[in-house]
Design a protein around this ligand. Sequence first.
Ligand code: SAH
Length: 252
Amino acid sequence: MTAPAGWLAIAGLGPGDAALVTPEVTQALAEATDVIGYIPYVARIAPRPGLTLHASDNRVELDRAAHALALAGAGHKVVVVSSGDPGVFAMAAAVFEAIEHGPTDWRALDIRVLPGITAMLAASARVGAPLGHDFCAINLSDNLKPQALIERRIRLAAEADFAIAFYNPRSKARPDGFGTALTILRETCAYARPVLFARAVSTPYEDLRIVALPDARAEMADMRTVVIIGSSTTRMIARAGTPFLYTPRSAS
Ligand code: SAH
């Protein structure tokens, strides 16, 4: 007898609000037998009969990916969940890394990546369009790359005048990296660029704050914050409440 057809979906849950989960992700979750992911992301999935929730700690991405692939190979319908988009500093790349180095059978599995709204896009939508011209995203975590490479990328991105989104800006284990990033930006940017601190976007704890680069402090960010630094052309439109922030589509 052949095993029932399993599949693996690597899904993005968006930034927090249930209204920002795509219908295709909702459908995959409704059909799943197993959901796998980091503890706070699995906590967003409602338990139901027939669904097993596998929550694990953050630093075991490859083990988690191998577990998901093995379950799908055994006929389970598996959803690996990430916050935001699964392809942005998240589980999709870990699954493909496991496939590349794993048993060749895994390459024949039914595998789909289901996109989600990544933090920088949710944050930018809240204030206007700061990513309206060329931009890049940099993960400030040094878990998977050397600090020297992070610093080189920040310097070059600022020199190239990209707007920059910083993910994982600051954690208890890494209190200094973001301060170093701000120092590099102040050294490199000739303009007082606006800086958006967008915390817990689309959740009840959402907090948005825009300051000029010289006034930005490392303590304004934590692990639930995505930080967007404008380019030299990013402009602020003052009004009551949080100003609009946008980057014109044409470079000056
Ligand atoms: N795959 C995720 C990113 C995972 S890395 C995505 O596409 O959004 C985790 C980092 O994402 C956090 O440290 C923070 O910088 C950012 N982040 C995730 N959700 C967020 C939210 N609701 N508001 C602000 N930043 C968020």
